[in-house]
Design a protein around this ligand. Structure first.
Ligand SMILES: [Zn+2]
Length: 310
């Protein structure tokens, strides 16, 4: 004879407690899958996205985790031995990390920021704008935790490593580069005939045009600009541009120069374009010899997309 049983208890009898636990576990799963989604959609470099994925899965090999797996003798923090090095300790609460966040998080959000468990902390940082700078906090958070972990490893494993004296500015530079690489296609483009400097020029074959570009960064990273010009095989000037880029690295500036140079070439319907750049790194990135650091990947992909257009 068939009979109804409650599947969440061993004896088949319904209890409020088992129903409550069941609902609770569904809501935890929902919440975790929302968090994984947030990490999945994080817009910056893949290496940082991968780090965030490890973070939400509790797979960062801190001393506490290494000791738990029997790979380390002590779970203590290598930088302030009185505390166990959990993920939260390492990336947020350790004095080496704490002082750093104070310079990034809005004062009114500090108690929430330092008062949550790890999952709520990551969720908070990927969903709320709690940064004191005028940039996306989710991107800033991802870049910051990635750098904190990198510097922690260097401090422990590299004998001569000195922590950077300007960590916030290093992070903000990367944030700014990621933000710029996400700009829509119709970014700034200024026609400017007289400011382009010819560095090197080889006459292109008939029917081809040459694009010369140059990008520079005062400080690397620092205030940067890019410019370039297009000429045909009769040595005639066809178009030129000069663009202010804000703060970025010299490699970024060179890449932006190519990006801004290819767009007028495409607009003017030149499909046979010889490019001359004065950076071996950028030439290698664009010819696929080297896919570049992940930091530049989205910008390289946008340039390669223009190059591949027919
Ligand atoms: Zn510590």
């Amino acid at each position: 004879m068939d009979m109804k049983v409650w599947g969440l208890t061993t004896n088949g009898n319904f209890t409020i407690k088992s129903a409550y636990h069941s609902l609770e576990s569904v809501s935890i799963q929902d919440s975790m899958s929302r968090l994984w989604n947030l990490v999945w959609k994080w817009p910056g470099p893949q290496r940082i996205k991968t780090f965030l994925w490890l973070l939400v899965h509790n797979r960062i090999m801190t001393n506490e985790e290494r000791a738990r797996r029997g790979c380390a003798q002590t779970p203590s923090c290598g930088r302030c031995p009185a505390q166990n090095e959990s993920i939260l300790h390492c990336l947020r609460d350790c004095p080496f990390s704490h002082g750093f966040w104070i310079k990034l998080v809005k004062g009114k959000s500090l108690s929430l920021f330092f008062g949550t468990n790890i999952i709520d902390w990551i969720k908070l940082c990927l969903t709320k704008e709690i940064g004191m700078h005028e940039v996306d906090w989710g991107i800033t958070f991802g870049v910051a935790v990635w750098y904190l972990w990198k510097w922690r490893n260097q401090q422990i494993f590299e004998e001569n490593f000195t922590p950077p004296w300007n960590p916030v500015s290093i992070i903000m530079t990367m944030v700014s580069e990621i933000t710029k690489s996400l700009l829509p296609e119709n970014g700034v483009l200024v026609e400017h005939r007289k400011t382009c400097v010819q560095l090197c020029w080889i006459m292109p074959p008939d029917g081809w045009v040459t694009l010369n570009t140059d990008g520079s960064s005062r400080g690397n990273p620092g205030v940067s600009g890019a410019g370039g010009l297009l000429r045909n095989s009769d040595e005639n000037w066809l178009a030129g541009f000069a663009v202010a880029l804000g703060v970025c690295s010299s490699t970024s500036a060179e890449l932006w120069a190519v990006f801004h140079g290819l767009r007028p070439a495409w607009k003017l319907e030149f499909k046979k374009v010889m490019m001359e750049v004065d950076s071996k790194t950028v030439a290698a990135y664009l010819s696929n010899e080297n896919n570049g650091t992940n930091l530049h990947i989205s910008l390289i992909a946008r340039i390669q997309k223009i190059m591949a257009q027919d």
